[in-house]
Ligand binder design. Structure first.
Ligand code: G3P
Length: 217
């Protein structure tokens, strides 16, 4: 299972990279704005900085919502760095653009996916990744993890190579449950990765080992 961090915060990206378990980064316009990164030039420079920190895939989202605009923007983004994955929304022109990018060998991440049907369409179009937003489904009393399970079943039925990128992950249990279901990737905040470290029995056990070592020395 690949671990992506879902942030545009460079310090957090560095921290996750330093832990040695990071496989990539996802961003979106909201995450960029949260870090005060606005304007096309600044956003593009920020993508380049992220690519210098990590060795894996970095999703960069298009703003255009029409076919020609998505193609133009996506091709520009793809040229920035070979780690860039063009993030395209699940809309009609987005699906057409994903097919175009797929034929050209440009990798894509189909974002804002909330149903199995949308995920099937993204795979048919040749998306590299599909991003079902599980946290936002949970927010409206709908089982986000069930969507991951449905997509896993559909993709396995037909051998689709599109990778399931569980997005809008909010906490460690989302990560663990996604791993059980067989999501290929999860993207979440740093806390969802670092939270996996924690267990009180580990802390208690380590304190005892160290105390016993001191007794004998
Ligand atoms: O990867 C999608 C993500 O950025 C959305 O997360 O927490 O805003 O629902 P959230």
């Amino acid at each position: 299972m690949k671990f992506f961090i879902d942030t545009a915060n460079l310090d957090q990206i560095k921290e996750a990279q330093d832990l040695g378990v990071l496989d990539g980064v996802t961003t979106n316009p909201s995450l960029m704005a949260k870090e005060g990164i606005t304007g096309k030039e600044n956003i593009v420079n920020h993508y380049k900085k992220i690519c210098e920190i990590v060795t894996g895939d970095v999703s960069a989202e298009v703003i255009a919502t029409d076919y020609e605009g998505i193609i133009k923007e996506g091709e520009e983004l793809a040229k920035l760095h070979d780690q860039i994955i063009v993030k395209v929304p699940m809309i009609k022109d987005g699906v057409k653009a994903i097919k175009y990018f797929s034929d050209k060998g440009i990798k894509t991440n189909c974002t804002l996916v909330f149903s199995a049907g949308q995920a099937l369409l993204a795979a048919k179009a040749g998306a590299t990744y599909v991003s079902p937003f599980i946290g936002r489904l949970d927010d409206i009393s709908t089982d986000g993890l069930n969507l991951i399970a449905e997509i896993r079943m559909i993709y396995d039925n037909y051998g689709f190579s599109t990778q399931i990128l569980a997005a809008s992950v909010r906490h460690t249990m989302h990560v663990i449950d996604c791993a059980k279901i067989g999501a290929d990737v999860m993207t979440g905040p740093l806390s969802s990765i670092e939270g996996l470290l924690k267990h009180p029995l580990t802390d208690i056990g380590l304190a005892k080992f160290l105390a016993d070592y001191k007794k004998g020395n």
